[in-house]
Design a protein around this ligand. Structure first.
Ligand code: HEC
Length: 148
């Protein structure tokens, strides 16, 4: 084990190819959440009441038109363009990931995108009501713990 761990140190000098090391996507999302928290101030923690069923239906339609190409139809990050992106979309169904941003934080991401990533802002495309429908739908994709 010790030998295996030492290998990169031994061979490191032979490998001078530039590496594009990205911080883990969870880390990047945590950093984005920190920036958004500062930008929004108190508003960051203001909860958003759960969507109505008609908002969810509309959100699902908008999601499949605008978001599924990258995020995948079920939100797993496996859309048809996902593997062409420099930064892959994360899994929107992952409860740990979903807990990183507050409701307002996630709405802010939908409006403005995440700087430096392929996630663009949608405020020029979707009005406020539609942004909320999509937010509710995205929230509904999060896997819940199985009942005990
Ligand atoms: C061009 C591909 C692309 C499209 C289209 C796109 N996204 Fe994203 N999205 C991304 C990527 C890549 C990230 C991850 C950025 C990161 O890891 O920092 C992301 C991040 C997010 C996040 C932050 C939470 C998380 O787990 O990463 C949310 C929420 C989100 N997208 C929702 C949407 C919604 C809703 C739409 C449609 C209105 C959409 N995205 C359209 C690529 C895309």
């Amino acid at each position: 084990m010790a030998v295996v761990l030492a290998m990169p140190a031994i061979f490191g000098s032979c490998d001078d190819a530039p590496r594009d090391v990205q911080p883990s996507d969870v880390q990047r999302l945590v950093q984005a959440a920190d920036r958004i928290r500062i930008e929004l101030g108190d508003e960051y923690d203001t909860p958003i009441t759960p969507g109505t069923s008609s908002q969810l239906v509309r959100g699902a339609r908008l999601y499949s038109q605008l978001c599924a190409g990258c995020h995948g139809s079920g939100g797993k990050g496996d859309g048809w363009t996902a593997n062409k992106l420099t930064i892959p979309p994360g899994d929107l169904t992952d409860p740990i990931r979903a807990a990183i941003l507050s409701d307002q934080g996630q709405l802010h991401v939908l409006r403005k995108g995440i700087e430096g990533t392929p996630m663009i802002g949608w405020e020029g495309v979707l009005g406020e009501a539609d942004l909320r429908c999509v937010l509710h739908y995205v929230r509904s994709l999060v896997a819940t713990e199985p009942d005990e």
